[in-house]
Design a binder for this molecule. Structure first.
Ligand SMILES: Nc1ncnc2c1ncn2[C@@H]1O[C@H](COP(=O)(O)OP(=O)(O)OP(=O)(O)O)[C@@H](O)[C@H]1O
Ligand SMILES: [Mg+2]
Length: 300
């Protein structure tokens, strides 16, 4: 294809335009690869994280809880923030500085397993069978040495997998960790995470929840659709932000960005395979797609 043709794809981003020159398989692979859209709520949360990161160090640091349903984009936001704050070599070349440490919460509220996750993430040698005290000491030393300025813990709601006493102990571990290091702690989780944190009044005061809501029909949502459309290398415009198709996509995805992203990828792949080269209502109706709500009903 010539450059004259490329300039015709006015509905596409530069990257997507370039993919229009590739064969179908390569375009499909591109469609299925991860992409980032900086929608307003995500940018607002990233700004809050930046604010928190530059907060002057003190004994009682403020913390943050990012709460949203599964597939609402929480982890992507943390990963984006992480990309902006990558580890770098210390000036004395004696190791690395890790401005933001991103770990998973253990599947049960176990202090020892939290430290294991931290040590693993920092490539520290440790024995899983070491005592919690030993791992705690090692984790604190290492985090200080690497000048960790913020600890982000994903899937924080898994604390609820333990009994109340275990939850309480685990939450006090989190509190002490923040105090000891004088760094903010950010938790990501589904709504249950709020319930978990509320069991500890001292933490409840210091974990400010930020909600990542489902998408509703409106200008931001339509802009999101326009961004998705510009990233999908299809020859014809789909006008995803026009009302009928936008409403259809909202109900098929239940307003969850993860569902929307997957649905649009499948639809775009279909549009390439059948030669239609755009996503329209007919194509969406023909997809074997169940919304998350319908899937739940089907699975009983
Ligand atoms: N900013 C974004 N731009 C484009 N796509 C996104 C964005 N955020 C999320 N997505 C899409 O949604 C999917 C789910 O996002 P993510 O894994 O961050 O959700 P989550 O809230 O962490 O879900 P869970 O609670 O199940 O872990 C991603 O794989 C991606 O396809
Ligand atoms: Mg996640």
């Amino acid at each position: 294809m010539t450059n004259t043709n490329i300039s015709e794809y006015a509905h596409l981003s530069q990257a997507a335009k370039e993919y229009m020159e590739c064969d179908k398989q390569t375009r499909i692979q591109y469609i299925r690869s991860p992409r980032w859209i900086g929608y307003p709520k995500a940018l607002e949360i990233i700004e809050k994280l930046e604010d928190l990161q530059s907060y002057p160090r003190r004994h009682r640091m403020p913390n943050m809880l990012i709460v949203g349903e599964s597939n609402s984009g929480k982890t992507m936001i943390a990963e984006r923030f992480l990309e902006k704050n990558p580890p770098y070599e210390r000036e004395d070349n004696e190791g690395v500085v890790i401005p933001v440490l991103f770990v998973q919460a253990p599947p049960v509220p176990s202090e020892s397993r939290l430290y294991s996750n931290i040590l693993e993430k920092m490539f520290a040698p440790y024995r899983p069978s070491d005592t919690a005290e030993k791992k705690h000491y090692q984790a604190i030393q290492l985090m200080k040495y690497c000048n960790v300025q913020m600890l982000v813990i994903d899937e924080i709601h898994s604390i609820l997998a333990g009994n109340l006493e275990k939850q309480r102990v685990f939450l006090s571990v989190l509190r002490n960790l923040g105090n000891e290091l004088k760094i903010p702690i950010v938790g990501l989780g589904i709504k249950d995470a709020l319930r978990a944190v509320k069991t500890d009044p001292q933490l409840d005061n210091r974990f400010k929840p930020t909600i990542l809501p489902r998408w509703e029909y409106g200008q931001d949502y339509r802009r999101l659709l326009a961004s998705f459309e510009s990233m999908l290398p299809l020859a014809q415009p789909s006008k995803l932000s026009a009302r009928p198709i936008a409403t259809k996509l909202l109900s098929m995805s239940d307003g969850l960005i993860g569902e929307l992203s997957e649905l649009l990828s499948e639809a775009a792949v279909q549009a390439i395979s059948n030669g239609k080269e755009c996503i329209d209502l007919q194509l969406l109706n023909d997809l074997q797609w169940l919304s998350p709500g319908e899937r739940r009903l089907q699975n009983g």
